[in-house]
Design a binder for this molecule. Structure first.
Ligand SMILES: NC(=O)c1ccc[n+]([C@@H]2O[C@H](COP(=O)([O-])OP(=O)(O)OC[C@H]3O[C@@H](n4cnc5c(N)ncnc54)[C@H](OP(=O)(O)O)[C@@H]3O)[C@@H](O)[C@H]2O)c1
Ligand SMILES: *[C@@H]1O[C@H](CO)[C@@H](O)[C@H](O)[C@H]1NC(C)=O
Length: 330
C-alpha cells in the first residue's frame, strides 16, 4: 500500500513548518509533499535532505497547473497564504491583498480538481472583518483570505464538507519586530509598547505559533467528524495588551509597559503598516472576546479545548522566552 500524501502549502513559513513538525512527529504514516516557491533556497535544500518522508516540491502559487501537479494524489492539504511584506511595502496594501487573494483562489480551485483523493482540506484564515462590520473595518491582510473561504463555502464547489477553516490568532512572537517592538522611552526610563487599543481589550493569541499551529492542525486531522465543515479557533489564550507587555517583561527581565495610543497617532508613526495593524486592534477592541469567531454560527465553532489539545498548547510568554531580548531591544 502506498502511503497517503499530506500536502503543506507554505512549508517553510511559521505556520507550515509547525504543521510539518507535528505531522512528522504524530502522523508518521503520511508522506509529506512540502511546497515552496524556491526549491533551491538553503532552507528548502535542508528540508529536502532532512527526512525521506518529505518531498520538497517547487510550486508557483500563481500557476493553476503547478498547483494541480502539487495536489495530485493528496489526501490532506493544509494551506496558508502570505500577505507579502515586500509587495505591501513596494506596491501597497491593495496589491498585496490582490496577490494573496489570487493565490488563495488558485489553491482552492486546484483542490476542487483533486476531490477524488482529497479527504480533508484545512484553510488557514482570518475573520471576514469587512463582512462582519458591514464595511466599517476593511483590513487588507484579513480580506485577502476571504475569496478562497467564499469559494470553499459554496456547496457547488464540492469542498465545504471536507474543509476546516482555521482562524489563527496573533503570534506571541510579533513583539520582536516593528511596529510591535517596544521602544525605550527616556522620560519613563522603561520600554513602552504602544497599540491603538484599550488596555482592557481581549486580544486572541495562538500563543507560541510553533508548536501550537501544528498541534491544532494535527488534532483537526485526527478528528474529522468534529472539524469538517467547521471553524476551528486557533487561539490558546486571550491577553490584554498590558498582559502581553507583562509576558514580555517576565520572559526578558526587562521592564515593559503598555501605553494606549490613538489610531491617528499610530498611523502617523508607522504609515501604511500602522493602518494595517492599527485597524486590526480597533476591530479586536470593538468585537470583544469573540472577535475571531464573530460572524460564525455557534454550532460551527470548535475550540482547542473541544479537540482535547488545549493542555498541550504553549503560551505567548513561552514563545517570548526563546528570543535574546538584550540584542533585540538594543
Ligand atoms: N503574525 C501573526 O500574528 C499572524 C496571525 C495569524 C495569521 N497570520 C497570517 O499568516 C500569514 C503568514 O504566514 P506565516 O507566518 O507562516 O509566514 P512566514 O513565516 O512569514 O513565511 C513567509 C513565507 O512566505 C513565502 N515568501 C515568498 N516570497 C516571500 C517574500 N518575498 N517575503 C516573505 N516571504 C515570502 C516563503 O515561502 P516559500 O518557501 O514558498 O518561498 C516564506 O516561507 C500572513 O498572511 C498573516 O496574515 C499572521
Ligand atoms: C532561489 O534561491 C536561490 C538560492 O538562495 C537564489 O539564488 C535564487 O535567486 C532564488 N530564486 C528565486 C526565484 O528567488
Amino acid at each position: 500500500m502506498t502511503a497517503p500524501i499530506a500536502v503543506i502549502v507554505g512549508t517553510l513559513g511559521a505556520q507550515g513548518s509547525s504543521v510539518l513538525s507535528a505531522l512528522l512527529e504524530n502522523q508518521p504514516h503520511y508522506k509529506i509533499r512540502a511546497l515552496t516557491s524556491n526549491a533551491t533556497s538553503p532552507d528548502a535544500i535542508r528540508l529536502a535532505n532532512s527526512n525521506p518522508k518529505v518531498e520538497v516540491l517547487q510550486t508557483d502559487l500563481s500557476s493553476p497547473n503547478s498547483l494541480l501537479e502539487a495536489f495530485t494524489g493528496a489526501s490532506i492539504i493544509f494551506a496558508n497564504t502570505v500577505f507579502r511584506p515586500d509587495v505591501f511595502l513596494s506596491q501597497g496594501a491593495a496589491a498585496a491583498e490582490e496577490l494573496e487573494a489570487s493565490h488563495g483562489l488558485n489553491i482552492v480551485h486546484a483542490a476542487s480538481k483533486v476531490a477524488s483523493t482529497l479527504q480533508h482540506f484545512i484553510w488557514s484564515t482570518l475573520p471576514d472583518a469587512e463582512g462582519i462590520t458591514a464595511g466599517k473595518y476593511k483590513i487588507p491582510h484579513f480580506q485577502s483570505k476571504i475569496p478562497a473561504e467564499r469559494y470553499l463555502l459554496d456547496p457547488a464547489n464540492g469542498l465545504v464538507d471536507k474543509t476546516t477553516f482555521l482562524r489563527v490568532g496573533m503570534y506571541g512572537s510579533n513583539l520582536v519586530r516593528d511596529p510591535y517592538k517596544p521602544s525605550f522611552v527616556e522620560e519613563q526610563v522603561k520600554y513602552i509598547m504602544t497599540l491603538p487599543c484599550s488596555p482592557s481589550a481581549r486580544i486572541p493569541f495562538v500563543g507560541s505559533e510553533t508548536p501550537n499551529i501544528g498541534l491544532i492542525v494535527d488534532a483537526i486531522i485526527r478528528q474529522p467528524g468534529k472539524t469538517m465543515g467547521k471553524y476551528v479557533l486557533g487561539v490558546s489564550e486571550h491577553l490584554t495588551a498590558g498582559g502581553w507587555a507583562a509576558a514580555l517583561s517576565a520572559a526578558s527581565n526587562v521592564d515593559v509597559a503598555f501605553l494606549e495610543t490613538s489610531l491617528e497617532d499610530y498611523e502617523r508613526r508607522w504609515g501604511p503598516i500602522g493602518t494595517e495593524i492599527g485597524l486590526m486592534f480597533k476591530l479586536i477592541e470593538e468585537l470583544g472576546q469573540g472577535s475571531f469567531t464573530a460572524g460564525v454560527h455557534a454550532s460551527l465553532i470548535v475550540t482547542p479545548e473541544d479537540l482535547g489539545v488545549q493542555g498541550l498548547l504553549h503560551s505567548s510568554e513561552d514563545r517570548l522566552r526563546e528570543f535574546r531580548w538584550e540584542e533585540i531591544l538594543g
